[in-house]
Design a protein around this ligand. Structure first.
Ligand SMILES: [Zn+2]
Length: 418
């Protein structure tokens, strides 16, 4: 018999409201009926076997009955096959629990009251688009995600219809395989042209450049095709136009997905997050920088960082006045002569510091400066006793698990600084 996984603390269920279309609603009604019928059929079969032999039917034995049943009752196959297999999994589990004295004998399911089906895999959560993608005929389902989803793998998704006719999806996250992340006191984040973001702990993050370049190339090709279709009323032109729109939104989604994941990671792992105000950053006379602010999604990124930090009860702090973060030695706070020209010499990545004799990675050095200056200003504003780098903001002691590989493009942590 199958071992039935016990649901305990390493799982976390997140329940969201879903809004099926009329068509999806009738499909779900069919599936509820099919799984209920299958449960009752198998329960009956296994009860008979139990009476005759003293043993129930194993999941394997039940699954062997499925193909024959699908032939006999064609409508049974309308439900996604894994949803049906989930029924035999759950029923065999219920029998194991019964035989081992943990539960009562399984009951027949009634068509009254709450109905549910389970998708064990192949479900895709797309919170940015407010949809869940289910496999098979169900497809995209409008969903309201109220809160941040745990950054963990999820297993089963259960769709249920309550007595009042509302639909919900319950997503079971497995938090067992996620490493514990210690919450850092504070971090400085510098947004850059070479790398998207650089942190004071030495991590550099980049947009998925290769993927985006391929998509952009594809988009150009589709735009060229569209340009050739000059008849404004033709169906072919309309279709070409739709293809361009579709790839544009794909590109936007890929970028946004990166921004969401990175901002969530940084907001989650740090109690105080220090950044530079973009309007102030923009005052640096550098056309590349102004362009980057609008192109790269820096503004969107900071907005996300702010609300996510707040959601985790962490502090987001913007340095709202000019501060030469990229020109100071982060150890001594003295101006590094070579860097006084600021952004003009972007090709210089490392600098031998005349003050502390160390070699600074320019970007990480800037991020450390942002962190220290942010902490200093933030501390002045909130607690006079906490000054400098030793600020210890309210210690919440929360240490929740979090997957670090959520960000696909961490570029390593050079050890040139500190
Ligand atoms: Zn230095």
């Amino acid at each position: 018999m199958y071992k039935h996984g016990k649901v305990d603390t390493m799982y976390r269920a997140v329940k969201v409201r879903i809004y099926p279309t009329d068509e999806q609603e009738s499909y779900l009604a069919q599936c509820f009926g099919n799984t209920r019928w299958l449960w009752n059929y198998m329960l009956n079969a296994t009860t008979t076997a139990y009476k005759e032999t003293g043993k129930g039917l194993s999941k394997v034995a039940m699954d062997k009955l499925l193909p024959g049943l699908k032939k006999e009752y064609e409508w049974l196959g309308l439900a996604y096959s894994q949803v049906l297999q989930r029924v035999t999994f759950n029923l065999s589990g219920a029998f194991v629990n019964f035989f081992e004295g943990r539960a009562k004998y399984p009951n027949f399911k009634s068509k009254h009251g709450k109905q549910s089906i389970q998708y064990p895999q192949n479900v895709k959560l797309m919170p940015q688009d407010s949809v869940i993608k289910f496999p098979g005929s169900l497809g995209l389902m409008k969903t309201v995600f109220h809160k941040e989803l745990p950054d963990a793998k999820f297993t089963t998704v259960t769709i249920s219809r309550k007595g009042d006719g509302r639909y919900y999806a319950s997503i079971l996250f497995n938090q067992e395989d996620t490493p514990i992340v210690a919450i850092r006191d504070a971090i400085g984040v510098d947004l850059g042209l070479k790398n998207f973001a650089i942190t004071s702990v030495g991590s550099k993050y980049d947009l998925p450049k290769k993927q985006l370049a391929l998509l952009e190339k594809n988009k150009k090709r589709k735009q060229r095709k569209l340009a050739k279709k000059t008849d404004k009323t033709s169906n072919k032109r309309r279709k070409a136009k739709r293809l361009v729109a579709r790839i544009s939104s794909k590109i936007a989604r890929v970028r946004e997905d990166f921004l969401h994941k990175l901002s969530r990671k940084i907001a989650y792992e740090n109690q105080v997050i220090c950044v530079e105000d973009l309007a102030v950053k923009n005052m640096v006379k550098n056309p590349n920088l102004a362009k980057a602010i609008s192109d790269q999604g820096w503004g969107m990124f900071l907005t996300m960082l702010k609300y996510k930090a707040e959601r985790f009860g962490h502090t987001y702090f913007e340095i709202g006045r000019f501060f030469p973060s990229s020109q100071l030695c982060s150890e001594t706070l003295l101006l590094i002569p070579m860097l006084q020209n600021g952004y003009d010499s972007l090709s210089v990545r490392f600098v031998d510091c005349p003050h502390c004799q160390k070699q600074h990675d320019r970007d990480i050095n800037a991020a450390i400066n942002i962190r220290n200056e942010g902490l200093r200003l933030w501390a002045l504003g909130t607690s006079a006793s906490a000054l400098g780098g030793d600020v210890r903001p309210k210690s919440s002691g929360r240490k929740k698990s979090m997957k670090t590989e959520a960000i696909p493009h961490e570029l390593g942590s050079p050890h040139h600084t500190r």
